[in-house]
Design a protein around this ligand. Structure first.
Ligand code: AMP
Ligand code: TRP
Length: 330
């Protein structure tokens, strides 16, 4: 059976970009394969974060996963830090990714460029090693992510080739990234040439925003002087981003959305986009609140950790043996 794995870092308030690019899609895999969805809390430590924020974000993310329609009976939902095999495999795999290739990762270059050179943690640099460990521990075949994470899946593939060449075919299972064409990259509403990002929250819609705030943000989204609703990301990035949002939430293409609104003014079009986003997020937020109030996420995470541990520890053993770490049964 196909294994599907993905995770989100509990680093900030989740955005509409996270929802469209990642969260919303996870549940679709439940019927067709074995799904592992986790909270990448160890990855959240790669940039400075307040412990209380990390705890709150992690709870929120667990509740968001459940609110998005992930069913703990059909999939495994867990905290990365509750499965120690992630850190143990990381300690082995760090020897099979090289400094040169890690220093060329776009995410590392972008994030470290914004920091004081003396305060860039080793964890930020080695981020893809831990991410590879996450993926490879579960023998995942498919990794659904937004566009920005595909490079990290590619480097995981390089690692698998290198490792298997040395220790034997299928020692590690080759994963591949799966990026949805529509909504892979939702842009900021105020700067539509930049990604909507929780680590750089300008022009973001947050999943916890109330209806009024969402409407206000969309109605004041940056557009252009062309005056026609057309899908042209190059020349009309603002309008094209809104079309992408509308299309992703309606399960149609941005071109189809453009056709629908070709005779609308920008005001009417924006109102329709706001309605669509609110229609989707209102019931989602209600479910989220019920889960937070009932604390039902706790049992889910506990059970998920046990299920994940059982699988991860087997893979870890296999790798430990392959590289020559002495076990008690050797
Ligand atoms: P992060 O916010 O980096 O933890 O990302 C969590 C997931 O959301 C990853 O799969 C990202 O690729 C995806 N994602 C983040 N921002 C966006 C965005 N603006 N558009 C589409 N997907 C996104
Ligand atoms: N790096 C991913 C992000 O920022 C989160 C993540 C960590 C992840 N480990 C993963 C995603 C493994 C997919 C598979 O979004």
């Amino acid at each position: 059976m196909t294994r599907i794995l993905s995770g989100i870092k509990p680093t900030g308030k989740l955005t509409l970009g996270n929802y469209i690019g990642a969260l919303r899609r996870f549940k679709d895999f439940q019927e067709s394969g074995e799904v592992f969805i986790f909270i990448a809390d160890l990855h959240a430590l790669t940039l400075p974060i307040d412990p209380n924020d990390l705890r709150e974000n992690s709870r929120d993310l667990a509740a968001f996963y459940l609110a998005s329609g992930l069913d703990p009976k059909k999939c495994t939902i867990f905290l990365q830090s509750s499965v120690s095999a992630h850190a143990e495999l990381n300690a082995i795999l760090q020897n099979y990714l090289f400094m040169g290739e890690l220093s060329r990762m776009t995410q590392f270059k972008d994030k470290s460029a914004k920091m004081n050179g003396n305060e860039i943690g080793l964890g930020l640099f080695a981020y893809p090693v831990l991410m590879a460990s996450d993926i490879l521990l579960y023998d995942a075949n498919i990794v659904p992510v937004g566009e920005d994470q595909t490079q990290h899946v590619e480097i995981t593939r390089d690692l698998v080739k290198r490792f298997n060449h040395r220790y034997g075919d299928n020692m590690l299972i080759m994963p591949r990234a799966q990026v949805n064409k529509v909504g892979a990259r939702i842009m900021s509403l105020t700067e539509p040439t930049k990604k909507m990002s929780k680590s750089d929250p300008k022009g973001d819609i947050f999943l916890k925003d109330d209806e009024k705030t969402i409407r206000k943000k969309i109605m004041s989204a940056v557009t252009d002087m062309v005056g026609k609703v057309q899908y042209d990301p190059e020349n009309q990035p603002g309008i094209s981003n809104l079309l992408n949002i509308y299309a992703a939430l309606s399960d149609i293409t941005p071109e189809e959305a453009a056709e629908k609104f070709k005779d609308s003014g920008y005001g009417d079009f924006k109102r329709a986009v706001a309605d669509k986003v609110i229609e989707e997020l209102t019931p989602f937020k209600q479910r989220y609140q019920e889960i937070i109030d009932s604390k039902s996420y706790i049992a889910v995470l506990e059970e998920g950790a046990a299920k994940a541990n059982a699988i991860a520890s087997k893979t870890l053993k296999r790798v430990q043996k392959a590289v020559g770490l002495l076990g008690f049964d050797d």
